[in-house]
Design a protein. Structure first.
Length: 155
């Protein structure tokens, strides 16, 4: 998806990277409503979910969706998430998260979105984001309708 945001950036987005717990999932589970809009989003972008899988539910929860799950393996999840965004290509990747371990991922992506949902959002994630949404549904709807991104980020 190509988006020209006056006074901000010209974007050519191919990938969206989501944190899982606190961003897509609450207590390890994703609502059916979010699963439906994620599948719609996957028609426009390559979707990745990157997680430490604290609750051990991510693969089962997302098994029927058109996306790729990456379970973190290192002891430095913050750097591992940032490295993943760099591998995909910083200039063509949007990152979405809510926690301290998402900060470097958010800083590296061409556009970053923080979610303030049921688990809250760390101050550092909030300050590292271009856009802040009150729910994952709102964030996904912004991504589906690129005019909302332009309206939020234009100068």
């Amino acid at each position: 998806m190509q988006i020209d945001i006056p006074g901000f950036k010209e974007l050519d987005i191919e990938n969206i990277v989501f944190d899982y717990n606190g961003t897509l999932a609450v207590n390890g589970f994703v609502s059916n409503e979010i699963k439906i809009v994620l599948n719609k989003l996957s028609e426009l972008f390559n979707i990745y979910v990157i997680t430490a899988d604290t609750f051990g539910t991510v693969k089962e929860e997302l098994k029927d969706l058109n996306l790729k799950v990456i379970v973190l393996k290192s002891t430095n999840h913050t750097q591992e998430k940032a490295n993943f965004v760099k591998e995909l290509g910083v200039s063509k990747t949007i990152a979405i998260g809510n926690g301290n371990n998402d900060v470097e991922m958010l800083k590296n992506a061409i556009v970053s979105i923080s979610i303030i949902a049921q688990e809250g959002c760390s101050k550092n994630a909030l300050l590292s984001s271009d856009i802040v949404c009150k729910s994952i549904k709102d964030a996904i709807e912004i991504l589906i309708n690129s005019k909302k991104i332009v309206a939020t980020l234009r100068c």
